[in-house]
Structures are given as structure tokens and as C-alpha cells.
Design a protein around this ligand. Sequence first.
Ligand code: PAF
Length: 296
Amino acid sequence: MELIRSVAEAQARSDALRAQGQRVAVVPTMGCLHAGHLSLVEVARRHADVVWLTIFVNPTQFGPGEDFERYPRTTEADLDACREAGVDAVFLPPVEEMYPAGAQTSVDVSDLTRPLCGKDRPGHFQGVTTVVTKLFLATKPTVAVFGEKDFQQLAVIRRMVRDLHFDVQVVGGAIARESDGVAMSSRNRLLDPATRREARVLSLALEAAERAVAAGERRHAALLHLVTLELEKAPHGQLDYAELRDPESLEPAPAELVAPTLLALAVRFEAGGGAVRLIDNRLLNPHPSPEAPPCS
Ligand code: PAF
């Protein structure tokens, strides 16, 4: 497995591979790899000849007071996991390589970044789109794979790729879950055992909403009420948001669900060392196949 630390080296390697007709897939990460990341590597493998993974804890997507310093860094274990998963190369740039002194340029997607996670994390998505642009320009991938747990991030990146004509196919990878249903996240390991148990409320709330929709519930307000009741069962959790939105535009869903709708959740847990914010989501489908939506 190759270890690449400079942008120039990454570009030269990718150019050489592409000149040989190889498709390069990249899985961008901030390290602290878990089975969810490795499932994205598998998705990448299905779309390309060569799989790269990037590890970079991007300072510009963390706001003041967020967990940049505390964010777990486990590089040696990450590199072992990459070797074992058959990753061909890891791009592991130092911060000065990604943000050269005096850098003044950023990339910003407007409307899609305002609701949900954007509301309480000003500048977060600008940090993400800026670094993903830099990672794309460094690794020059044919395909890039991002997890669907960060649903808004995926929607924002898809829009950026479309708006800026990046020649990169963006592929989403399904949310990987622990055996108790909690979505895999590097932040889970920041929770103490009690709050980790409470973290189940997110997936339980999603399941409750899904069951209600399957049983015929379509009312936006009733579904959110149900979800909130589930989330309130975590004494150390504080609800950041529980929202029903259009999965593409991220506009609020109508009063009655008529089309597949994103249910997105964020809960802040008070753990020993500070707040840990977990997110999760599910697409609620009021017209599950094979039934077609009724004609109007
Ligand atoms: O999802 C993440 O881990 C990060 O936001 C990403 C896409 C690697 C950008 O830093």
C-alpha cells in the first residue's frame, strides 16, 4: 500500500494511473476508521480499479469550541485497517500541504448548507466543500464515495460537483450500524458507557417513524411528535433537530408526506469530556414498492 503525503505526488500518481486507463476511486475520511468506512472502501472497489483513501482531520470544518482537538486520531491503526481492506494508497497530507500559508480561497454551497447541521454549525459545510475540492484536485478521482449517514454533506457535495462541473462520479454508501442499531461514527468512542447506551434513541426513533409510516401515518407533525417522544428517552441527550425534508432540495417536507422524505436527526450528548453530537437519518417512503403512488 502506498502512502502519499504531498499533493504533487498524489496528482502525479493519479495522472499515471488514469493514463493507463485505470479508474481511481477515493474514499475521503478524517481517519479513526471503523467498519462503516471499510464498507465505503468495498463500494469504491465495485466502481474502480484502484482504491485510495484519504485521512485528514480538516480544521476548517470544526467551529470554535467544537471537538477538533478531541477528535480521535488513530493513524497507525487506520493504516493497518487500510492494508487489510486492500486499499491501494492512502493520501495522508500534513495540514500545511492542504492549507498553504496565506491561503485565501474557499468553496461555498449556499442554500443546501443553511438548514439542519448548517444551522448550528456556521462555516462547517464551507470547510467540508473547500477540503473536498482540494482532495479532488489532489487525487483526481473518477469516483468518490461518501457515507449516507452524513446525508446533508452528501447532498451538498453532489450539488457542488454538479455546479462546478467536477468530472467525478459521487456515490453514496449505506449507513453501517453497530449490533444495537447505532450508526457507526468515529464520535461514538467519545461517549461513556451510559451515554453510548442512550445513543440508541436515534435509531429507535427512526424505526418508530418508519413503522408509523408503514402503518399509514402521513402527517408531518404526528411523525415528528412520535420521534421527539423517542428521543426524549435519553436523559443525557439534548435534541439539536428532528426534521422531515425533501431529500434533494432539503426544503421542509409538506404537512402530509406524499413522496420519499428524509427524516434527519441530531442529538447532543453530554459525555465526560464535553458534548458529542450524533446524527442519523432515514428515508421514509409513503409509497413503498411495488405499489406505485396513487394517480391524482
Ligand atoms: O465525512 C467526513 O469524514 C469529512 O467531512 C470529509 C468528507 C472527509 C471532509 O473532511
